[in-house]
Design a protein around this ligand. Structure first.
Ligand code: NAP
Length: 283
């Protein structure tokens, strides 16, 4: 029996759809913080169970009968170590046989502020006695669409990444990798560094935005503090502006790049490119 946490999230929904192509819905459980948001999933025949990382008493019962679990990391980066501890304890209690967990690329050395909680969760998995796969995802290409309209309007894409290379990939490709790993005939404990085939720079993002919009867009590198202030001046809440600027600066050294092509090998096809996604989404 397969189960997916965060099943009502963007990645979770893609994984549910991908699993449905390989596995009978009677063999699947969608674990949702709010089951009422999963009615469309229930209509496919997949069982929906309540699963709130903040409700430890609920978790082991929800995992009864589950053999293979995709554990999608919480988006609460401040509190998630405790949340993840509760999920892994519940998986141990429910005798889950295999867990695939969504971590961050190069988690061992990654200076990015989300990495310590991923490192700690990976250590919990190693010590759990459960066979595990760590899916160390690089950034989503979709992250670079969020500021696209403003960049096109101003003809300027701002960031602090210099010419640092980024192996972002689409959520759909990461979801396909999760499905591939979950459905392997005999899964082993393994760490997968996952990113797109074609690493890009923010200059490449600007070029893709220019092509898609027909308007010139140029990348401007700013020191981290200046980028933070530019985001805040544009209306991004101060704390979030600081977080986004730190992500951008931390990527300058290339830690989000990975040329192993592990992702495309897992999914059996080339990964979607930045250019393809930008042209499609800005059309
Ligand atoms: N690689 C990247 O670029 C990148 C970017 C952003 C995030 N991430 C990480 O990747 C994960 C999946 O990405 P995504 O795009 O699918 O994010 P998303 O759409 O925000 O989905 C996050 C999922 O986590 C669930 N969740 C949050 N708190 C929970 C709780 N207390 N109990 C149970 N479920 C909870 C959410 O439940 P609801 O559906 O009820 O809201 C949602 O289903 C994120 O959670 C984050 O850890 C990666």
């Amino acid at each position: 029996m397969y189960a997916v946490t965060g099943a009502t999230g963007q990645l979770g929904r893609l994984v549910i759809n991908g699993l449905l192509e390989k596995v009978s819905p009677s063999e699947m459980i969608a674990l949702a913080r709010d089951p009422s948001a999963a009615q469309d999933i229930a209509q496919t025949g997949v069982t929906v169970r309540p699963f709130d990382y903040d409700a430890p008493d609920q978790l082991a019962a929800a995992l009864q009968g589950v053999t293979r679990l995709l554990f999608i990391s919480s988006d609460d980066v401040v509190r998630r170590i405790g949340q993840h501890r509760a999920v892994i304890d519940a998986a141990i209690a429910a005798k889950v046989e295999f867990i695939a967990y969504t971590s961050v690329i190069h988690a061992d050395d990654n200076p990015i502020s989300v990495a310590p909680s991923h490192r700690e969760t990976e250590a919990m998995l190693r010590n759990s006695g459960i066979t595990y796969a760590v899916l160390r995802n690089s950034w989503y290409i979709e992250n670079y669409l969020i500021g696209a309209d403003a960049a096109v309007a101003h003809g300027a894409l701002l960031g602090s990444t210099g010419e640092g290379r980024i192996s972002a990939a689409s959520r759909a490709d990461y979801a396909a990798a999760a499905v591939a790993v979950l459905t392997e005939p005999t899964p082993d404990s393994r760490v997968y560094e996952l990113g797109g085939d074609d690493a890009f720079t923010l200059s490449d993002v600007a070029a893709a935005l220019s092509e898609a919009s027909g308007k010139p867009v140029t990348y401007h590198h700013l020191p981290e503090e200046a980028y933070r202030d530019a985001l805040a001046n544009a209306g991004v809440p101060a704390a979030f502006a600081a977080t986004l600027a730190s992500y951008s600066a931390d990527a300058a050294g290339g830690i989000l790049a990975d040329d192993s092509q592990t992702l495309s090998r897992l999914i059996g096809r080339p990964t979607e490119t930045l250019r393809e996604i930008v042209l499609r989404e800005l059309a």
